[in-house]
Design a protein around this ligand. Structure first.
Ligand SMILES: [Zn+2]
Length: 198
């Protein structure tokens, strides 16, 4: 069940294809989703799209206390200790969310670009994906190897690895050419983890 408001909001997004894709993945299995970005980058818009199309939990946060950590347009006024405390808070919240998405400031050309596909086209893919029954485990060697490498090199918690696996399953369900979780699906799911250094 989706609302027409969600459709309109979807059409009003500029740039941020990566966030719209994260929302699409979330909708497959009602994955909880967290949006982290400075003020004015559309976090509330993305949350409103979620409210209009899913029962999944969602929240929005800034990357630091003042909101502008690593922003290109405004200077962050936080001292390092404040940033450390804020990131500790985010790390504490992050395990409650399967997906973290980082909205970004649209490029100038993207402000006038309205060619993106309609909400209904995306939703049709989600409906098909929800009905697919593919194995929830990973079977092929390259997929196992990739998840293992991420677990080891990125120093993931066991919970973070399991979240990646769950999200990989939804991505695989969206991929009509595949009948199992593949390395590409895991690679995409890794992008949706929480990270301090985005
Ligand atoms: Zn700051």
């Amino acid at each position: 069940m989706t609302t027409s408001r969600a459709h309109d909001l979807w059409a009003s997004v500029r740039g941020n294809e990566h966030v719209l894709r994260a929302i699409e993945v979330s909708l497959v299995a009602d994955h909880s989703i967290m949006f982290i970005a400075p003020p004015g980058y559309g976090k509330s818009l993305f949350r409103a799209i979620m409210t209009g199309s899913s029962g999944a939990r969602h929240t929005e946060l800034t990357p630091c206390l003042c909101g502008y950590y690593q922003d290109l347009t405004q200077v962050c006024t936080c001292v390092p200790q404040q940033i450390g405390h804020w990131q500790a808070k985010l790390r504490k919240i992050a395990p409650a969310f399967d997906i973290t998405a980082y909205p970004s400031r649209p490029k100038f050309e993207e402000l006038f670009d309205t060619r993106r596909e309609a909400f209904t086209t995306m939703w049709e893919r989600v409906v098909v994906a929800r009905d697919r029954h593919i194995p929830k485990g990973i079977e092929d060697g390259s997929s196992v190897g990739l998840l293992k490498a991420a677990y080891t090199k990125l120093n993931l918690s066991p919970g973070a690895a399991m979240r990646i696996l769950r999200v990989s399953h939804s991505i695989a369900c969206l991929d009509s050419a595949c009948s199992q979780i593949g390395a590409a699906h895991i690679a995409e799911a890794i992008q949706y983890r929480y990270r301090d250094d985005y």
